[in-house]
Structures are given as structure tokens and as C-alpha cells.
Design a protein around this ligand. Structure first.
Ligand SMILES: Nc1ncnc2c1ncn2[C@@H]1O[C@H](COP(=O)(O)OP(=O)(O)OP(=O)(O)O)[C@@H](O)[C@H]1O
Length: 744
């Protein structure tokens, strides 16, 4: 993956003019451009921290300068077939939306309108240069992830369903189902669509930002280039992340706190994913939040630019350090995974792929080529004029689309297309629908092959051959699937929908979220990561207000951290919990930077593999198992109107006599057998349990991997794994009698 991380320090706002500026940009010796962010240590102003990035933009940097230097050069590659992802990251009020969207005046326009302007210019140029032989179409999807739910921003809020749009895994890619795709032919048209859609975005005034985005907004621009012989699709995804918030500073009310919790949680998971990638762990916890599932940072191929937005004042000091730490980790992913110049290396891929595909490619049934390299892929025949346009593409995957055009549609897809067709019936004929039909054509990429030859290595050829084999197998599987009766698809679809509703219903219940936080807290606790555990307990606390045991746990962790060696770590996590609904401090989202010795040489980059909050934490308490089990005492108190549930109702089903003590020795054979299967982490065995499908099994294994060496010791702990619950545990156990034939 190629992640280019640049930092941008915003200017002082009107109400900050008298405030202390502590964040500065510096150049390394012999360089003209600033690449280092420097700020003092929170402990001691005489010491400073420095972080190096690809570029650093100072307070007076204009929107134009940032775009010209960072984004403009990628547009060419976008048209060469690479996907592009642009992230704005940073805590609340640091200028993410300003950077991505910007203001109304020409000079103030942000990255997104400038990118679209560049895209349309290039479209025109290509069409002109090829005398119309290559035609370029642009289409948009725009959605937000608000409180872990996905909403289409092209739909007015009143049309939203409470649970939002479902997301599904499709051949390893996450897709948002049912998004509107808007063909968009001119910049003017884009501006209208974009402005209108932005009015649908969830924003609110907070103490830290009068127009704070309460959601992650993702704009996907799909570019389709059609020539006589080929169709090439590439995508630019522009992501304006919601800002992390230190709720000790926000004075957020309950509603804002819930939003803030969701924002902080998803950013926390993002940080965890980045950390897992850094540590080269096999499993990246993408599934812990919808944002990380959809973005799949590190899985998407192509170019990624992350713009780290920073506020210059002391009020943001700890938040700024947290953000810098996070960005440094993200930057390291690039260093670890891309050894050669990422631009040259990734540019070679589409050329090489199309040359390997050669004349044998007659259709592209699945996503891989388009998803990973956007190779020139012939598309199935387009619909005739007047017919419905093709259904929405997905964020990083359009794997269903080719299938849908080749009659192998699942009823799910048919349903989507119907909806889309109805939606668009009133719309003027789009460029898609009015375009003359294209037929499958074999690729004749002689010149491309020639171009690609010098960069083909043995390894890349092998990888491409493996990929082609995979595609062929997938194509065959798809064709096989296409022969199954439509009734089966409808049935499958119904089951999927039911499952989705069940999950949504569960998600709507704050209990599930609160328990997830608790589970994550416990996982951290087990690993001895007290600082992270404390953060997660804090996130959980709003769901269990007034729970004395939880508060005692947090106090315990706080005092242990306070007693730890490094004061700077304590500063990040030891704020006393006074309010009934304490918050997740922003600084707690990402690892605090370890205080280093005095920095005198700006060339030194003060991050290394060991920079991890957990090194500040004292070793884990030996009694953590006891506390693990004792969390059953957390009473869930859902949103205001609901009555608190009694403890004994919480996990009533599977508590069999022998389990009361939670002792492994006293487990029934059936329970022991079930726990053995779970702790085996063997997805096939887990999937075979009654009531556990592939998705749930995957979720369970993910949780277990998160727990590293820890095991699930009892059924109650099992029920608390994400997506499990008491009923599922009961089903698993009951199923064992029949399906496993265990002698109980
Ligand atoms: N480079 C800049 N030049 C001028 N003003 C800026 C700049 N960056 C940010 N601002 C101003 O700072 C304020 C906060 O910016 P913005 O709303 O973009 O922050 P944000 O990071 O998106 O916050 P949130 O996460 O809460 O949505 C706005 O008033 C914005 O106009």
C-alpha cells in the first residue's frame, strides 16, 4: 500500500488570536519544503517532539497549494486506472471539512471540488485528444457513516430507514447495498448535487466547532473510460472523517455524547487496524466498526493520501500528539509494505494485467482486476437507450455488477436494480443510458504490453497468473451459481435480509454497543494494556451509568496507571471520572507518544516500533480473570425511557448448574466441548455450530484473535463476544447434541 501522509496546520481562528501557538512546521537541513511538525512536550516545554511526514503545510498554506502539490499529480494516475483514496484525519475543529470541502469562493474550494474540476478537465482533454474515440463518464456515490450506520447522502434524511443501509461482504470486499449512483457530467451539475447532499449530512454545533461533522462522509467518484475495445473503471474516494473529541472539553450533551462515542469508537478501531497492520498481524480488526470495514485501509490498492489536520494552539496539545502518533503509524505502513517507488510500481500493474489477460478475456465476472488494478476490462453489453442505468457501484467493489449484467443476478441485486430503476425513472436520460451499447471485445493491448514489459518481474508474473486462475475459478463458480433456481436466490435473499435486520436490531440496542466496549476493555485488560482498557471502559460507561463496579474498575486502572513509570502516559488517561456519563477523551483514542529525551536535532524522527501506549502500563494484574467474569454485574441501562434490566435476566439461557462457578473443572461436557470448539478458533468448526453462519463465525474468530492468547472460559463470556448473545450460545450448545453426537 502506498500511503502518503501530509500534515496541515490550520491558521488561528478569530477566537484564538491571543492563544499560544505551539505547533510549527520545519524543514530538514538542505530541504526547501517543510516536512517536520514540531511541538513541545506536554510535560516540559523545554523538550520538543518532532514528526516527519511527506510534506507539512503551514498555517498560511492555501487550498490551491495543497491541491496542486498533493492531489493534482494523482489525477493522471486515476485516469491510468489506479484507485485513489484521500482521507482527512484529525481531531474536531482542526480543518478536515475545510480541507476536503472548503468554502464557496474559488480560492476557498477544497480538495473535493478541485478534484472534480480536474477530472472534468481531463475528461474533456481525453475526448478531444482521441477525437471522441475514448469517452469518459463520471458517476458519484456519497454516503455518511453516522453512529455506525450508513446513510445515502443523495437521499433526503426523511427517506432514511433507522438502521441505515446494509453492508455486505462480497468476495472479500465490503459493499454498501442500495446506494444511489448519480451520473454527473459537468462540474456545475456536481456542485449542485454535492451542495444538496451536504445539507443531508449530520452536523451540529459543539463547544469545539460550530459546524462539527458528526459523521464520516465518503464521496466516491467513479470514472469509466470507454474506447473502441476496452472499458476501464477507476475510483476516487474522498473521505472526510469525523473528528475525535475529548469530551472533557466539549461539554457535549447526551445526544452529542452518543455521537461522540460512536465517532471515537470507530476512530479507535481505525487506530487499532493501523496498529495491527504495523505489527503485521494476520488479522486486522476491520470488522469492529462499519467505517473500517468499508474503508479497509490497507486492503484497497492504489494511491492513498492522508491529510492530517492539526490545530496550532496549546488547547489541542494532547489531541495533536495523539493525531501525530496515529499518522506516524499510518505512514509506517507505507514504509513497511512498499519498497520501491510506489507510483511506478503500482502504475505498472494495470498494464501488466491487461497484457497477461490478452485476447482471451471476454468478460469480467468478478471484481479482482477492476478492484485491484482497474485493468482494461471489457464490460458486458450495455443496455439499450432508455433502459435502466446500471446499478450503483460499491465503495471498493463492483463485484456484483458484472454478474448482474450476465443474468446471474441474485434476487438481491435484482431488487436493487429495480429500486434504482424506479428512482431514476423521473431523471433525465443519463450519459450511461444514452450511450450507444458496447459489446464485449477482446483486448488488444499490444502497445500496453510493450510498455509494461520492462517492469514485469518473475514474482509479478506469478502473482498475475495466480490472479487469473482465481478469476477463472470465480467466473466458473459464478456461472455454476447462475444455474441454480431463482427460488433459491429469493430464499437466500430473504434469509440474508432477516439476518441483516436481526443484526440491525441488535445494533440499535445500545446494550450490544456497551457490551462491545466492555469486551474490548477486557481484551485489553487481559493483554495487560491498561491504558487502552481504561479507554474502552470509559466508552462503555455511558451505557452502564452509575455502575459502581465499573467505576471501581476504572478508578483501579487509573491509580495503577498513575503509579506507572511514565507521567506522560498518565496524563493521557487519568482524568478523574466525575460525571454520570464520562466521555472518551480524544487523546485516549490513539496511543500517546512516549516522552523522549530532549530533542535537539530536527532530523531525528521520534517514532519507533516500540512507541505504544502499552509500554507505559504496569504489568497486568494477576486477578484479571476474576474481573473478567465479574462484568456480568454491569446492568445495562438503555436510553432514558427504558427500564433497567435485571441482572438475572441478562444471560439467563445458558447458565447451567455446573457453570455457576465459571470453573473449567465444573463445566458440563457439552459446555466444555463447545468452549473447546470456540477456543480452537477453527472457523470451519465454529461455522458448523448450530445457529452460527459464516459471518458470525468470522466475527467470533476476529474477537478471539483480538484476545490473543486468552481463551473463552465460560458461556457468559462467550455470549459477550460480538454478535453472539445468549440465544446463540444456547443454540450452539443444543446443536452439539445432535450434530456432534457428543456423549453427554
Ligand atoms: N486552512 C484553514 N483556513 C481557514 N480556516 C480554516 C482552515 N482550516 C480550518 N478552518 C476553520 O476552522 C474551523 C473548523 O474547521 P472544520 O469545520 O473544517 O473542522 P473539522 O476538522 O472538519 O471539525 P469536525 O471534525 O468537528 O467536523 C472552521 O471555521 C474552518 O473554516
Amino acid at each position: 500500500m502506498s500511503v502518503r501522509v501530509v500534515a496541515r496546520i490550520r491558521p488561528l481562528l478569530k477566537n484564538e488570536l491571543d492563544k499560544d501557538t505551539i505547533v510549527t512546521a520545519e524543514s530538514l537541513e538542505g530541504e526547501n519544503n517543510a516536512t517536520v511538525v514540531r511541538l513541545p512536550s506536554p510535560k516540559n516545554d523545554a523538550e520538543s517532539f518532532s514528526f516527519q511526514f511527506s510534506s507539512v503545510y503551514e498555517q498560511d498554506a492555501t487550498q490551491q497549494q495543497l491541491f496542486d502539490a498533493e492531489i493534482s499529480p494523482t489525477v493522471k494516475q486515476l485516469f491510468n486506472g489506479l484507485d485513489l483514496s484521500i482521507f482527512a484525519h484529525g481531531c474536531t475543529g482542526t480543518g478536515k471539512t475545510h480541507t476536503m470541502r472548503g468554502g464557496k469562493s474559488l480560492a476557498d474550494r477544497g480538495v473535493i471540488p478541485r478534484l472534480l474540476s480536474s477530472i472534468y478537465r481531463r475528461c474533456k482533454k481525453i475526448e478531444k485528444d482521441t477525437a471522441g474515440a475514448t469517452q469518459v463518464e463520471v458517476a458519484l456515490e456519497y454516503f455518511e457513516i453516522y453512529c455506525d450506520r450508513v446513510y445515502d447522502l443523495f437521499e433526503p434524511p426523511e427517506k432514511r430507514t433507522p438502521s441505515g443501509l446494509p453492508i455486505r461482504d462480497n468476495h472479500g470486499k465490503t459493499v454498501v447495498v442500495g446506494l444511489t449512483e448519480k451520473p454527473c457530467t459537468t462540474l456545475k451539475e456536481f456542485e449542485q448535487l454535492y451542495d444538496q447532499a451536504n445539507m443531508n449530512r449530520s452536523t451540529s454545533a459543539t463547544k469545539l466547532n460550530a459546524h462539527s461533522s458528526r459523521s464520516h462522509a465518503i464521496l466516491c467518484v467513479k470514472i469509466t473510460q470507454t474506447t473502441e475495445t476496452t472499458i476501464q473503471v477507476s475510483r476516487a474516494s474522498c473521505i472526510d472523517l469525523a473528528g475525535s473529541e475529548d469530551n472533557r472539553r466539549t461539554d457535549n450533551n447526551k445526544e452529542r455524547l452518543v455521537e461522540s462515542s460512536a465517532i471515537n469508537k470507530s476512530l479507535f478501531v481505525l487506530a487499532q487496524c493501523v496498529e495491527a497492520m504495523n505489527k503485521k498481524q494476520n488479522r486486522i480488526p476491520y470488522r469492529e466498526s462499519k467505517m473500517t470495514r468499508i474503508l479497509s485501509l490497507g486492503q484497497n490498492k492504489g494511491l492513498t493520501v492522508m491529510i492530517l489536520n492539526l490545530a496550532p494552539t496549546r488547547a489541542y496539545h494532547l489531541d495533536t500528539i495523539s493525531s501525530l502518533n496515529f499518522a506516524s503509524r499510518t505512514k509506517k505502513i507505507e514504509v513497511a509494505e512498499v519498497e520501491n517507488d510506489p507510483v511506478l510500481r503500482t502504475m505498472a500493474k494495470p498494464l501488466a494485467t491487461s497484457s497477461i489477460g490478452g485476447a482471451n478475456i471476454t468478460r469480467q465476472p468478478l471484481r479482482p482486476i477492476a478492484a485491484t488494478h482497474n485493468a482494461n476490462v471489457p464490460e458486458p453489453e450495455k443496455t439499450k437507450k432508455g433502459e435502466k442505468p446500471i446499478k450503483a457501484f460499491s465503495v471498493y467493489s463492483d463485484s456484483r455488477k458484472p454478474a448482474s449484467r450476465t443474468s446471474n443476478l441474485t434476487s438481491q441485486n435484482q431488487g436493487i436494480r429495480r429500486t434504482e430503476g424506479q428512482k431514476r425513472a423521473a431523471e433525465p436520460s443519463s450519459t450511461f443510458s444514452s450511450r450507444p451499447a458496447k459489446t464485449f471485445r477482446t483486448t488488444d493491448n499490444t502497445s500496453r504490453t510493450r510498455n509494461a514489459e520492462p517492469v514485469m518481474t518473475k514474482a509479478s508474473i506469478e502473482a498475475l497468473i495466480a490472479q487469473r486462475i482465481e478469476e477463472k475459478l470465480a467466473e466458473k463458480a459464478l456461472q455454476d451459481a447462475g444455474t441454480s433456481a431463482p427460488a433459491l436466490s429469493a430464499d437466500l435473499q430473504k434469509r440474508l435480509d432477516e439476518l441483516e435486520h436481526r443484526i440491525d436490531a441488535q445494533e440499535e440496542d445500545g446494550k450490544s454497543q456497551g457490551l462491545q466496549f466492555l469486551l474490548m476493555a477486557k481484551q485489553h485488560h487481559i493483554r495487560g494494556e491498561d491504558a487502552s482498557a481504561l479507554r474502552m471502559y470509559r466508552l462503555a460507561q455511558p451505557f452502564f451509568p452509575g455502575n459502581a463496579k465499573l467505576e471501581a474498575k476504572m478508578r483501579n486502572l487509573e491509580s495503577r496507571l498513575r503509579a506507572g513509570k511514565d507521567d506522560s502516559a498518565i496524563k493521557h488517561v487519568s482524568a478523574p471520572i466525575t460525571s454520570a456519563m464520562p466521555s472518551a477523551p480524544t487523546s485516549s483514542l490513539m496511543a500517546p507518544l512516549k516522552a523522549k529525551e530532549k530533542i535537539s536535532n530536527p532530523k531525528t524522527i521520534f517514532r519507533d516500533e516500540s512507541d505504544n501506549e502499552d509500554e507505559f502500563a504496569p504489568p497486568p494484574e494477576s486477578d484479571h480473570d476474576a474481573s473478567y467474569a465479574s462484568d456480568d454485574s454491569f446492568h445495562y441501562k438503555p436510553k432514558a425511557a427504558r427500564k433497567p434490566k435485571k441482572t438475572n435476566k441478562k444471560l439467563p439461557i445458558f447458565r447451567d448448574e455446573a457453570d455457576v462457578s465459571h470453573s473449567a473443572v465444573e463445566r458440563t461436557p457439552r459446555t466444555a466441548h463447545l468452549l473447546r470448539i470456540i477456543n480452537s478458533r477453527d472457523i470451519n468448526q465454529i461455522k458448523a455450530l448450530k445457529g452460527v453462519g459464516a459471518k458470525k463465525a468470522d466475527g467470533i474468530v476476529n474477537c478471539l484473535v483480538e484476545m490473543e492468547d486468552a481463551e473463552v472460559l465460560d458461556l457468559e463470556s462467550l455470549a459477550m463476544l460480538k454478535g453472539v448473545g445468549g440465544k446463540t450460545v444456547e443454540n450452539m450448545r443444543m446443536g452439539l447434541t445432535v450434530s456432534v453426537g457428543y456423549d453427554f
